[in-house]
Design a protein. Structure first.
Length: 512
């Protein structure tokens, strides 16, 4: 902790609640697969998210917010440790088991006198460590009547919709379960808006009269980008007609796949009837139309967008509910509220759903914060930040020392309204999960304020270079083009520097 923060935290200018307790609380809300294009304070083209926007309106919005490895488990591990994947050991969902014996931010917060709790999606396989209280979803969890794992390892099937339940449990913990003599950090980890986008029953009909604009890049043919061409996350080709799109043949002998049934079969009889009635009629209509080609692809896109938007609507309601609770309970002045997602997502850009690539839609992640009294930044923050920065930020706010091996930077100066001259001018990214679902090849890269250099490796050796100013949709791979030698050289040097700084064992060799 530097001197200014120490003074700030001890100072008499602090509101009574903070002064009595000495330190800020943190409510960290993280969703799954929520992306900036679907959050109206970032982009109001597609949907309105009034409650999420409240956080930005009353606080700050990071407009250059990135992940280090665009996948759930890895992002969660980066957040918990403040370290890149190769350091925290959780590089991919498929084979990863988080080593819970390592140093983590929640453990350091405990040491600093904080109560720590996590509710909702965990996705790191091993049991949570460093939490005084946890109540988590197994693996990806379920939308309907979800099962939770309790601290004694028993499982409880709860009645209702997952987003409401995670919020109820979070409010209940703050209101009834915590030790009020201590500051706290609460991690509210939603399943929303993960695949397969199952709406709350009361919102089944929302957005049904809305036609979402088809993204400019929906029919991308991936010229000059063989790794982009090799993926299996195309709405047209890979999105499943039953599991994802929920178009089954009503009345057919085997209309429903087992995976679909495992999600929807959890509904109570009454809700199931409402659900079936809704999708039966859409399915009947769909199969009568015999759509093919672009018409079929765009039909799938509309279904995807509508269901995702419905799931998001429940999420937005629930974030509003949590903010209202913090206001009503008098916690708002002393509590930092963070809203983010484990990564961004494709909403039809390049023809895709899912994430993984270092392209903008999935490299970025929403990040807004409502600040407690004493932290004065407001509006947009344009410094480049990454999910490895959250751990040191919370530690600094807790007045705890930030260990040297943490790789992120504390955002506290930015939250005070400062713009440190030496702030990072580029970020490092490394994605590992290949071969695996969606078949996005392994790659690492660097992004600075204007350019991006990516190296796809393993069973391919392809470089990509983008000028984000002239080509924001990343359609034109400039790598190797005449006139780009200088910028390529500069970015390659920057990439090598970051790989050395973060000590990534997979890296460019000297001279490359
Ligand atoms: C599941 C999904 C994938 C998704 C991964 C990772 N398939 O495996 O589409 O990419 O999760 O998502 S599904 O058939 O099970 O729905 S992550 O957000 O948890 O990383
Ligand atoms: Ca995710």
């Amino acid at each position: 902790m530097n001197k200014t923060t120490a003074l700030l935290l001890m100072g008499s200018a602090l509101p009574a609640a903070v002064a009595a307790q000495g330190r800020y609380n943190v409510v960290y809300i993280m969703t799954d697969d929520h992306t900036m294009q679907m959050m109206s304070c970032y982009d109001s083209t597609l949907v309105e998210t009034p409650n999420l926007d409240r956080i930005a309106r009353d606080g700050v919005k990071f407009v250059n917010s990135y992940v280090a490895n665009s996948l759930s488990g890895p992002s969660r591990a980066c957040m918990l440790t403040g370290k890149h994947s190769h350091k925290n050991g959780f590089t991919n969902n498929e084979h990863g088991v988080f080593d819970g014996s390592q140093q983590t931010m929640p453990k350091l917060m405990q040491k600093a006198g904080y109560q720590t709790a996590i509710i909702g999606k965990w996705h790191l396989v091993s049991d949570p460590t460093g939490f005084d209280y946890w109540n988590i979803l197994p693996a990806q969890g379920d939308y309907y009547n979800p099962t939770f794992i309790n601290m004694d390892k028993t499982q409880t099937r709860e009645k209702g919709y997952v987003t409401n339940i995670v919020t109820d449990k979070s409010i209940d913990w703050m209101e009834h379960k915590r030790d009020r003599s201590k500051p706290f950090i609460l991690f509210v980890h939603h399943k929303a808006c993960h695949r397969a986008w199952l709406p709350e029953i009361k919102y089944l009909h929302e957005y049904e009269d809305k036609t979402f604009p088809v993204p400019e890049t929906f029919y991308d043919h991936y010229e000059g980008r063989p790794a982009a061409a090799a993926q299996e996350m195309s709405i047209d080709e890979d999105m499943d007609m039953v599991y994802d799109v929920k178009m089954y043949r009503p009345g057919a002998k085997t209309p429903l796949t087992p995976t679909y049934l495992s999600m929807v079969g959890r509904l109570d009889t009454e809700d199931r009837a409402v659900y079936d009635h809704f999708y039966d009629s859409l399915s009947t209509d769909f199969y009568a139309r015999n759509l093919t080609g672009n018409a079929l692809a765009e039909f799938k896109y509309q279904r995807y967008m509508r269901d995702y938007a419905k799931v998001l609507k429940s999420l937005d309601d629930n974030v509003g509910r949590l903010l209202d609770y913090l206001d009503a309970s008098g916690l708002s002045d002393s509590t930092l509220v963070v809203y983010t997602s484990d990564q961004g997502f494709y909403m039809g850009e390049h023809g895709w759903f899912d994430k993984r690539f270092m392209y903008e839609e999935s490299l970025t992640t929403p990040l807004v914060m409502r600040l407690p009294k004493g932290l004065d930044a407001r509006g947009e923050i344009s410094e480049m930040v990454q999910n490895i920065d959250y751990a040191p930020t919370f530690l600094e706010l807790a007045g705890a020392p930030i260990p040297d091996d943490i790789q992120g930077e504390s955002l506290v100066p930015l939250l005070r309204g400062e713009h440190p001259r030496k702030w990072r001018k580029s970020i490092y990214y490394h994605f590992y999960e290949y071969p695996a679902e969606h078949m996005v090849k392994r790659h690492y890269g660097v992004r600075d304020e204007r350019y991006k250099l990516i190296h796809f490796y393993n069973d391919i050796d392809v470089w990509e270079l983008y000028d984000l100013q002239n080509d924001p949709h990343e359609l034109h791979n400039l790598y190797g083009q005449p006139g780009t030698e200088k910028v390529t050289k500069r970015l390659r040097k920057e990439l090598r520097k970051l790989q050395e700084q973060y000590d990534d064992p997979i890296r460019l060799q000297p001279g490359m």
